[in-house]
Design a protein. Sequence first.
Length: 484
Amino acid sequence: MSEAQKVDDRPSAAPPTPAGGVDGFFKISARGSTFGREIRGGFATFFTMAYILVLNPIILGSAKDKFGHHLDAVQLTTATALVAAVMTIIMGVGGNLPLALAAGLGLNAVVAFQIAPLMSWADAMGLIVLEGLLICVLVVTGLREAVMHAIPQAMKQAISVGIGLFIAFIGFVDAGFATRIPDAANTTVPVQLGGTGALTGWPILVFCLGVLLTIGLLARKVKGAILISIVTMTVVAVVINAAADIKSWGLTTPKVPDDIVASPDFGLLGHFSLFGAFGETSAITVVLLVFTLILSDFFDTMGTVVGISAEAGLLDEEGKVPNLGRVLLIDGAAAVAGGAASASSSTSYIESAAGVGEGARTGFANLITGGMFALALFLTPILTIVPLQAAAPALVAVGFLMMTQVKHIDWDKYEIAIPAFLTIAVMPFTYSITNGIGAGFLAYVLIKTVLGKAKEVHWLLWAASALFLVYFAIDPLEQLLGVK
């Protein structure tokens, strides 16, 4: 039993005088915590999730939009840190949960590799803002329960697993561990090990050592394992780059900057177009992309909020999260803020469990975590020397962590197992999260219908599947309608 629960279970015949000031506002004593525990928890959460300051700029910065434009790494780092700082503090004050927020892994992959190639960066970020606004509407109207019941739990878990494999594959490709075979059209194997069928060069060595270090630290359950690996391998890469003759590290060369501290660059703030995407691609594609973002963001948040609250012993007798409405509304606002700052959709982080493990039970811990993200705004020269080969092991590790959800899927029940498998497999194999979700939904509806269980399928799932059917058949439909 958690300490918070023990406090709640004590006899209430002579309740203590309610604490005032900061303690009373955050209910620190009431939840069985102390300022010391909240501060330690705030630091633990930051150091566990600070890798996003490196990974988000790399993921978004490595992609091109429809017009071949890249986002600036320094500006991305500033935007990522700013949104994380502001929204984490707002969650602490408004939601009073030890739940930090930052750019979501998986969601930024959708933006970088699925959405940006179809439109400009401003249009892509506009979709993130739109997604966040729609989530807020879902929360305010109470439709979140309807959406929650529409998607089977196993399908939600399959989506998480599929995104995990997709992220891991991106990590292997970004590091050069796996590459496209030049004559792919004339061979049955589309990818290969390294650039020539073998691992060669110092950069690949950095990646391989990084993977080994990361999984070793994770196995030992070292707090901040991902961040420790990124920092360590960046130092190794800097040393190797100074000592060896290396032609190219890719987008980022690990070289010690002239200055350690620099002023933040807010150039990307406000650089979004709310409805610009409708002018770059078909309306049905835009709708499906927004739906994919909402699905990933909304359900990931629900799972994270419940998980963190349960770990902290904050769930009530009915298993409800305190201040759930406000928490979900702030999370939706974080998505809006992330898109408006061009940092991709921001969401609640499961890494907040590290802070809970250190004793955090209230939103006061978020003031520490948010403050650390604010401090990071002035350390962009250090944060932007990390090469892909040092950061990509984290993508592989996160892929593993998301893969663990596969154990909850009933693989003996084909009406769930087959759609789940297609969801998981199609994402990395087609390099598309949207395709995976669509394949899973369509298979689920089809199998339920074939088994005479069509009435068990929620109408929202029927509607989504109809949209995906149009999405997959868009080319012949356009030809049939004479659009092309």
